[in-house]
Design a protein around this ligand. Structure first.
Ligand code: NAP
Length: 292
């Protein structure tokens, strides 16, 4: 059984980023990322902090806008507009989830698609479906695809089952796997909460992508011998024996599934580090395209 280390592959992606940043610097250019946080959700705050830190470590221009939970839709739109016009900023993202009174879809639509490094704007969703390389692909599924490629797992002609149909993970993941080319050309099935006999569907899979949001949901009975399993899930579960009182687990029951499959990603240290690495790569791509 191969343990696919997201930490190792993410480091390789970041090394490529460093090279790209140096090449852009030689042309007097510096990619810039702006992350907007509305409210004080602790998990969102931690994500924003780590994105800012990664940018600074790499030498990217990083803007972190921390706005109070009382920020109105109009105020947030005004911030997005300012960043859309700022030539030093190539990527903009609003950390999800915003407070309830914010219409998140409207905010995403207000981001210039050329700066939408999260890949959530309808223009970029369409570009992914059209296999247009000038679009931005959501970072998590892009990271999963890169993990498969780096682990030498052939997707061509494989039966791939994506469990989950969110716009952030499941749907773009399915589009990537069915696209033509490396890391694609798979025969793709998407399963979700209304899927009848999920285990019968997932047992057909050579490759399973689990993006469900339920701790250790996928069990040995869901997986055929020799399958490859990419676990996107990040779930906090109580663990009184730990210092923090909780631990992170995936959407896959790791021990029993690992015993059956040929390759699997761990949680933590699997898809998580890839997401942030791909965000850096997307920001560099946005800078390049802005110059073109
Ligand atoms: P989401 O929007 O809640 O979507 C979950 C999907 O799972 C939905 O399509 C849902 O079906 C499906 N589902 C729920 N229960 C199911 C069941 N019993 N059987 C089959 N399908 C079921 O979640 P998400 O944003 O895609 O995130 C999924 C997981 O990935 C979460 O654990 C999240 O924390 C994690 N995540 C990790 C990263 C990372 O960087 N590693 C990034 C993003 C998300 P319906 O559509 O029918 O409701």
């Amino acid at each position: 059984m191969t343990l696919i280390s997201g930490t190792t592959v993410a480091e390789k992606v970041l090394e490529e980023c460093r090279r790209d940043i140096a090449a852009l610097a030689a042309e007097g250019k510096k990619p810039g990322l702006a992350v907007i946080l509305v409210g004080d959700d602790p998990a969102s705050r931690a994500y924003v902090r780590s994105k800012d830190k990664k940018c600074r470590d790499l030498g990217l221009h990083s803007v972190k806008l921390e706005l109070p939970a009382s920020t109105t839709q109009e105020e947030l739109l005004a911030h997005v507009e300012t960043l859309n016009r700022d030539p030093a900023i190539h990527g903009i993202l609003v950390q999800s989830p915003p407070p309830k009174h914010i219409d998140e879809a409207a905010i995403v639509r207000a981001i210039d698609p050329a700066k939408d490094v999260d890949g959530f704007h309808p223009v970029n969703v369409a570009k992914l479906a059209l296999e247009d390389p000038t679009g931005f692909v959501p970072c998590t599924p892009l990271g999963c695809q890169r993990l498969l490629i780096e682990a030498g797992i052939s997707t061509q002609g494989a039966n791939a089952v994506v469990v989950g149909r969110s716009m952030i993970v499941g749907k773009p993941m399915a589009l990537l796997l069915m696209a033509k080319g490396p890391g694609g050309d798979a025969t793709v099935t998407i399963a979700h909460s209304r899927t009848r006999d999920l285990a019968a569907v997932t047992r057909q899979a050579d490759i399973i992508i689990a993006a469900i949001g339920r701790p250790e949901f996928l069990r040995a009975e869901h997986v055929k011998e020799g399958a490859v399993v990419i676990d996107v899930g990040i779930n906090r579960v109580e663990a009184p024996e730990t210092e923090k009182g909780y631990k992170l687990v995936g959407d896959v029951a790791f021990d029993e599934v690992a015993a059956k499959c040929s390759a699997i990603t761990p949680v933590p240290g699997g898809v998580g580090p890839m997401t942030i690495a791909m965000l850096m790569a997307n920001t560099i791509k946005a800078c390049r395209l802005a110059q073109a």
